[in-house]
Design a binder for this molecule. Structure first.
Ligand code: AMP
Ligand code: MG
Length: 360
């Protein structure tokens, strides 16, 4: 299959291309499109065959449900018989935006879309191209991230092409996305709203919008060694249970005071070099020049957590193209999005984390 990649200006949408993309969605085909979090791979959410094509193109396990994207609040009534009050409050506060809600589904949503579950994930994205595509198609659009399963989520159309060229008919390319990590997922089907996946919208933001307690799924609370802690240790979101992306080179995270981290990484790099191997380092603008590795990449200024989130997947993809045997990374426990950033980075590192101690 020939994949057409159509470049689009988010603020001056190409109506002809949009109509073609919407026609493809209506006829049960796949279209990759930008959202504010990552690129999505879209299909008509109410058409079981179309949803099935998403799993095939991504190589995604069939029990890993899709997020349904809507363009107006009333569309919630097409997928559920009862909109929880909390969903109304959260939609008012955060939609359109990077928040996915899990609610009970009605009989119209095919099991192919929800991976066999009787709940459904729904989000109203904030990207103008995503909203225009949903509205123009007249469909609800099921869309997981537009990558091959097991690869980092795509933050640019080039990443979608690298994974899906030849497998889908069209990619709408509106340049790099704004946020760069996937939406926060909150489950509203339990007594206490529960975060199943951390993201740009934090627990504090959710608690203040709901004026009440929000839990974090114990299944995603990971101990230093990568074991889940707490009872019910199996993550509730099926996608959080799968083995996640690991770079080709072995990635190790080093945490601690910045100066100690730099010293420890330089020590590890010399060790690796003495074995005749090559090392890469994920640094920040502040520390980049202090490293003596074969390849040093800055993820951005340490204080700019939005830039760190935006660049994370791109950097992981870049390292796969480089000839290094091991990668060492600083940790980015930034104040607001640190939980979401470190959730992805720890998975990519297979939970290999070292603590750098001060030497005296
Ligand atoms: P992606 O869009 O690729 O980020 O994947 C969607 C994520 O939402 C995956 O982790 C899914 O397991 C999760 N998800 C979708 N629907 C549900 C649901 N009904 N219950 C729990 N998790 C869900
Ligand atoms: Mg994904």
């Amino acid at each position: 299959m020939n994949t057409r990649r159509i470049r689009m200006d988010s603020h001056k949408i190409d109506r002809t291309a949009l109509r073609q993309a919407a026609d493809l969605i209506r006829s049960g085909e796949l279209v990759a499109f930008p959202t504010e979090t990552v690129y999505g791979l879209g299909a008509d959410a109410m058409n079981p065959e179309a949803a099935g094509k998403i799993y095939k193109a991504k190589g995604r396990p069939s029990d890993n449900p899709l997020i349904v994207h809507i363009a107006c609040y009333e569309d919630l009534l097409l997928i559920t018989d009862q909109v929880p009050l909390q969903a109304r409050v959260l939609a008012d506060t955060f939609w359109p935006g990077p928040l996915t809600m899990i609610i009970h589904k009605n009989g119209s949503v095919p099991r192919e879309t929800t991976g066999g579950l009787d709940t459904v994930a729904v989000r109203m994205p904030g990207h103008p191209v995503a909203l225009a595509l949903i509205a123009q198609s007249g469909c609800l659009i099921a869309a997981p991230s537009a990558n091959t399963s097991g690869k980092p989520s795509p933050t640019r159309a080039e990443h979608v092409s690298a994974d899906l060229d030849g497998k889908i008919p069209m990619i709408l390319d509106a340049g790099p996305v704004g946020i760069g990590i996937e939406s926060t997922i909150i489950d509203l089907t339990d007594d206490i709203p529960t975060i199943l996946r951390p993201g740009y919208i934090t627990r504090d933001m959710l608690e203040s919008a709901l004026c009440g307690e929000v839990r974090v799924d114990p299944g995603i609370v990971v101990s230093e060694h990568g074991e889940t802690v707490g009872e019910g240790a199996r993550p509730k979101a099926p996608g959080m249970r799968y083995r996640h992306y690991a770079p080709k080179a072995e990635l190790t995270l080093v945490e601690g005071e910045t100066d100690c981290v730099v010293d420890e990484i330089n020590r590890l790099v010399s060790e690796i070099k003495s074995e005749g191997k090559k090392a890469g380092v994920i640094a920040t603008d502040e520390t980049k020049s202090a490293y003596r590795a074969d390849h040093v990449t800055s993820i951005g200024a340490r204080a700019d957590e939005e830039a760190i989130a935006r660049r994370l997947y791109q950097i992981l993809r870049e390292f796969d193209r480089l000839d290094v045997d091991v990668i060492y990374s600083e940790c980015f426990d930034t104040p607001r999005m640190g939980g979401a950033i470190m959730n992805r980075l720890k998975k990519a590192a297979g939970y290999r984390i070292l603590h750098a101690e001060a030497k005296n």
